[in-house]
Design a protein around this ligand. Structure first.
Ligand code: 0RA
Length: 688
């Protein structure tokens, strides 16, 4: 997958762009271009300098504008361009967006909106297209009253940032019967101004953009992932009902792919998609929506739109995915607070009114009323305030009342109109409340049994001597014999060992009461020390690395998944904040002239065999389990921080993770079999 070599020559920052040598342009073309540029330079000189300074700032500190220059930043460029097209769709002028990955990892985004304006914008002295692509934050906000009501995008930095970080960027606009074209080069330089290059059907408007990310900026990788783009485009299609989005991979060194996403039901269908393999309590998706006026800082009135879709399943987890302007608000915020207010209020009122709750019984909690729920909350706001550590928490306080009002009224009506479903929901919630009370007792029981104090560590734990959590590691080890080797081989100062006896309980299928009564789980909770959901607190954890060490076989991967499920459901921040690791023990040992060589996969084994010129049939050992290694071997190959390999478990996509865990741990057997079969041997990169 050799990345395409950069063929364009680089224009020196200080040189005027026209001096740049152009090896692949013919003599006559070159002249024509020079003439055009001369004219342009006279007219636009002053503005251009400002513009280029803006784009230079982006190139100097790209992280400020797109977060990172790794793969995530590379994909961010696509989101920026797609956001513009989605904005045009939200304004009501665009119905279709096509995204393609081309040969050489360039990206094309085509929309059928009004077409970016081509006439000169007073303020910049440049055409609308040039303004959007060279002025920071210009977006769709220029022009008289032409600004959008709602604008998507996490950073919302706009197309000019994409242009600044591209080797070249071509824009073609079909507008009112004309076809217009411009190509920017070397980080947004205008070589030739926007030019009318032909005619078209005046009914067929739209914008097409193709850009090539600059490999000097994206030094990690310039290779696009079809799956990442596809997943995000599917999500955008769910969040904006009726918009058709196509995704295509046209690279010759990749499998050709083409998918189309268009959902009339929007987030209602999204909930069904997320719940695909779950056992639902009922088929209906409860859906609420509404708009509410708000006053903007300038005194104008604008509207907030909110929609909520939810469904209950027979499980015990709560899955709430919230968005503002298509941005996944991982950290929640005011829309989630409004949802929480309304859910708790309405269900309690209903349960009291219809005597499911007696007068002397306590109110149901939010966790009770949302046990087994999957909900998507989507808000479109003209002036969103993103707060929090990762800027994914919606801060607009007026949104709380708006969402609470919409959900309150419409959920109440739903319950009144559907008494059979209401009965199913409330009975499920009452069971949740009972389980909560039982779990509290069970938890208290654990504490008592553990010697009255929560901080009495389990007897099976071989703790480390350091008390500095940032230095400490907890190895959770499959089986007592491997546990023994690990105890003897470890660094006693920083490495603690907790052996597990056989399989742990599947928390996905067990009730809270059983979960907390389970000894293995109790041991993990006390050893880790951060408590459990909803009070789980990473500032209290005793180890900053929790390492799952299981055999490289089917049983091992099953235990690993059971542990991850437990962490995901009860200590989620342990995963989201990056404290969970998977140890990588070797699969083979080769003995040669008294020396030992280890291979962690089949390719490495081949390399070792070749290097050592092993005669065919020369004995090498395939490790069947950790227990086959003695303490010294386990230390050298798997635990020594100097030599070991570990995978850090990440949670890039919470919705995908939700589905993986349901597939793996839920009622349906087939998806589980498939996953374990496919992932049993090597967990190459466990992104859940
Ligand atoms: C401002 C005004 C008008 C269209 C757009 C922006 C526009 C921007 C983008 C970015 C990607 N695709 C786009 N499509 C449209 C409308 C101006 C008019 O009505 O002439």
């Amino acid at each position: 997958m050799e990345e395409e070599k950069k063929v364009e020559s680089v224009v020196e920052e200080t040189k005027p762009a026209a001096d740049a040598p152009k090896p692949d342009i013919h003599e006559s073309e070159l002249k024509e271009e020079e003439i055009a540029l001369e004219k342009a330079d006279k007219k636009y000189d002053a503005d251009n300098i400002q513009v280029l300074e803006g784009l230079e700032a982006v190139r100097k500190r790209p992280g400020m504008y797109i977060g990172t220059t790794s793969s995530a930043g590379l994909h961010h460029l696509v989101w920026e361009i797609v956001d513009n097209a989605i904005d045009e769709a939200l304004a009501g002028y665009c119905t279709e967006v096509n995204v393609s990955i081309n040969e050489g990892n360039t990206i094309t985004v085509v929309d059928n909106g009004r077409g970016i304006p081509v006439d000169v914008v007073k303020k910049s002295g440049l055409s609308g297209v040039e303004t959007v692509y060279t002025v920071l934050h210009a977006g769709g906000k220029f022009g008289e009253g032409g600004g959008y009501k709602v604008s998507g995008g996490l950073h919302g930095v706009g197309a000019s940032v994409v242009n600044a970080l591209s080797t070249w960027c071509e824009v073609t606009v079909h507008k009112d019967g004309g076809v217009y074209y411009i190509k920017f080069e070397n980080g947004g330089h205008i070589i030739n101004h926007l030019k009318r290059i032909g005619d078209c059907d005046p009914e067929k408007n739209g914008t097409s953009v193709t850009f090539k990310p600059d490999p000097e900026i994206f030094t990690d990788t310039t290779i696009y992932s079809y799956d990442i783009i596809r997943d995000r485009m599917r999500q955008v299609a769910y969040l904006n009902r009726g918009i058709k989005i196509t995704v295509e991979d046209n690279r010759s060194d990749h499998e050709h792919q083409h998918e189309e996403f268009c959902y009339k039901g929007g987030i209602k269908e999204y909930v069904l998609f997320i719940n695909n393999n779950k056992t639902k309590l009922f088929d209906e998706v409860i859906y609420c929506e509404g708009t509410a006026p708000i006053e903007l800082a300038n005194g104008n009135t604008a509207h907030v739109y909110a929609e909520i879709a939810m469904q209950y399943d027979d499980g015990y987890s709560q899955n709430i995915f919230s968005f503002c302007n298509n941005v996944h608000t991982h950290e929640g915020g005011m829309h989630e607070s409004g949802f929480r207010d309304a859910m708790t209020r309405i269900i309690n009122n209903y349960a009291r009114e219809y005597k499911y709750l007696k007068a002397d019984e306590d109110n149901l909690t939010y966790d009770d009323v949302t046990e087994g729920i999957t909900a998507v909350i989507s808000v479109k706001h003209p002036n969103p305030q993103f707060e929090g550590q990762t800027k994914t928490k919606l801060g607009n306080s007026e949104v709380r009342k708006i969402v609470s009002g919409i959900v309150g009224e419409q959920l109440n009506r739903f319950l009144l109109e559907n008494p059979q479903i209401a009965k199913i929901i409330v009975e499920k919630i009452l069971m949740a409340a009972n389980a909560r009370l039982a779990a509290r007792k069970a938890r208290e029981e654990i504490r008592r049994k553990g010697g009255l104090e929560l901080n009495t560590l389990p007897g099976k734990l071989a703790d480390c001597s350091s008390k500095d959590p940032t230095k400490c590691e907890l190895y959770i080890v499959e089986g007592n014999s491997a546990g023994g080797s690990a105890k003897n081989g470890r660094n006693r100062e920083t490495q603690a060992i907790l052996p597990l006896r056989g399989k742990i309980l599947n928390v996905e299928k067990a009730q809270a009461k059983r979960i907390f009564a389970n000894a293995e789980i109790g041991n993990m909770i006390t050893a880790i020390g951060g408590g459990i959901d909803p009070e789980f607190d990473t500032s209290k954890i005793r180890y900053h690395k929790v390492v799952i060490m299981t055999d490289a076989d089917v049983d091992g991967s099953h235990i690993r998944i059971l542990l991850l499920t437990f962490f995901y459901r009860f200590m989620r921040p342990l995963i989201t904040e990056g404290y969970v690791y998977i140890a990588q023990p070797p699969l083979y040992k080769v003995e040669y002239h008294g020396k030992q060589y280890y291979a962690y996969n089949d390719e490495q084994l081949e390399v070792i065999k070749t290097k050592l010129k092993l005669k065919p049939g020369y004995p090498f050992q395939r490790y069947k389990g950790l227990g086959e290694m003695d303490a010294q071997q386990l230390w050298e190959t798997t635990m020594d921080p100097e030599n070991r390999k570990m995978l850090r478990v990440t949670l890039d996509d919470a919705i995908k993770a939700e589905q993986v865990f349901t597939d793996l741990m839920g009622d349906n057997v087939d998806p589980r079999k498939d996953f374990i079969h496919n992932n049993a041997k090597f967990v190459k990169n466990l992104d859940i």
